[in-house]
Write a protein that binds this ligand. Structure first.
Ligand code: GCU
Length: 415
């Protein structure tokens, strides 16, 4: 699709429920050759692989197999960080097996008092690990960042003043007090968030001979970020301070789209949280409410694979919709959260994805969702699937973390 044409035709966002087009969702429990999926076996053997393949080839792009020589190096460890409250580790992951770029850095906090391996939340962040906590000892990222005055980014680089500027999004005290750890990674370590034709970040490492950029069905930036989360999981599996069976993924917005796609592909993630992920995340594309395929693919041409452009203004032709992405996480617990003022992300569309994925959760023998209609504001619903819509804006706040911690307690600790 030529950018100019698509841009010229870009419609105004619709925020009127009455103007949501009539649509029919693709059936999640019917195979491509028309069979009704009425057993777990048919789901695992036929339908789930079909859906996974469609998201790979038409939406996010197919990612490469894990590299053979991945290298992990613990670069710092302190057992009395955050005034004695936390163990803090920084671990570098070298994707090529050599101590050179591309490299991603994991920042890990664990409760200092832990006497056995701890469950953790793991999430990517927008502006570097040094932004997520008020801890002056975190290594300051030197990588490229998107321009942002509030984050004290100067010439696309972090400065000392950038420290702690995203701390409100990470409830670190609450997480540690409740016995969980946190693993943070700057998304730009895996792939910088701008459209450069995939010359930087992780993509070039996997080009075949003569290949200059990913093919139309190969990984874009969201898929690269998701792949990076799986590589972080490869490291966690080697760390005996971490309870590897209880790793929860969390992501906000573009990084919530990413946590869903990572959780869909990699079943080692025990629980998946999408915070305000919107278009290309939890929200149904066919509703065309708020952000649409047209807008997202033009504003962020690098996020999805090129095949996704085929469905701009033709959402009804998509062989999948985002409820099917949620269904790929079944039977593992999944939580989707919306915010009232975040209409751009289509809260109702996010809710409907959970609701329409529930039949798969039920087929696989779980309690499912437990809501038939959108719950009231600030009234979370939590069973195997969780959802809330809270007051306020597009953000991650303590209220959201409170629900995620309760949800993790329920599923990881049976309380
Ligand atoms: C933009 C984009 C959204 C995205 C959001 C974010 O608003 O249109 O799709 O979720 O940025 O990542 O904050």
């Amino acid at each position: 699709v030529s950018m100019q044409t698509a841009q010229a035709q870009r419609p105004k966002p619709n925020y009127d429920e009455a103007k949501v087009p009539q649509y029919k969702l693709p059936a999640v429990l019917k195979t491509s050759d028309g069979r009704k999926v009425d057993s777990a076996e048919l789901w695992w053997k036929v339908r789930r692989p079909e859906i996974l393949h469609l998201f790979e080839s038409e939406v996010y792009g197919k990612s490469p197999a894990p590299p053979e020589n991945i290298l992990f190096e613990v670069i710092s460890q302190k057992n009395d960080a955050l005034h004695g409250k936390a163990i803090r580790k920084e671990v570098s992951v070298f994707f090529s097996g050599k101590k050179e770029e591309p490299r991603m850095d994991l920042l890990i906090y664990l409760p200092a008092k832990a006497t056995k391996p701890v469950p953790v939340f793991m999430g990517l962040n927008f502006y570097g690990n040094h932004t997520i906590a008020n801890d002056p000892e975190i290594t300051l990222s030197t990588k490229w960042m998107r321009a942002n005055k509030a984050k004290a980014i100067v010439n696309h680089r972090a400065t000392e003043k950038s420290r702690g500027t995203s701390a409100s999004r990470w409830a670190i005290d609450e997480i540690l007090d409740r016995g969980y750890g946190l693993v943070a990674i700057y998304c730009g370590d895996i792939d910088p968030d701008y459209d450069d034709g995939f010359q930087n970040g992780i993509h070039p490492l996997f080009n075949k001979a003569g290949q200059k950029k990913p093919a139309a069905d190969e990984w874009g930036t969201i898929a690269a970020w998701a792949w990076g989360l799986s590589r972080a999981m490869d490291y966690l599996e080697t760390d005996d301070q971490i309870d590897q069976k209880h790793v929860a993924l969390i992501g906000h917005s573009r990084l919530g789209k990413t946590s869903l796609w990572a959780g869909a592909q990699d079943q080692r993630f025990a629980l998946v949280i999408s915070n305000n992920s919107g278009c290309g995340g939890a929200a149904l594309s066919r509703r065309r409410f708020g952000e649409t395929l047209n807008v997202i693919n033009n504003a962020f041409p690098h996020w999805f694979c090129d095949n996704f452009n085929k469905y701009i203004d033709k959402e009804e032709q998509l062989p999948v919709d985002q409820h099917m992405l949620v269904s790929l996480i079944a039977p593992r617990p999944v939580y989707v959260a919306s915010a009232v003022e975040d209409r751009w992300a289509d809260p109702r569309g996010e809710f409907l994805s959970v609701l329409n994925a529930e039949p798969v959760y039920k087929l696989l023998g779980t309690s499912g969702f437990g809501a038939k209609q959108m719950p009231e504001v600030n009234q979370p619903v939590q069973q195997q699937m969780g959802y809330h819509i809270r007051t306020g804006k597009h953000d991650v706040i303590d209220y959201d973390w409170k629900q995620y911690l309760d949800f993790a307690d329920r599923h990881f600790r049976g309380s």
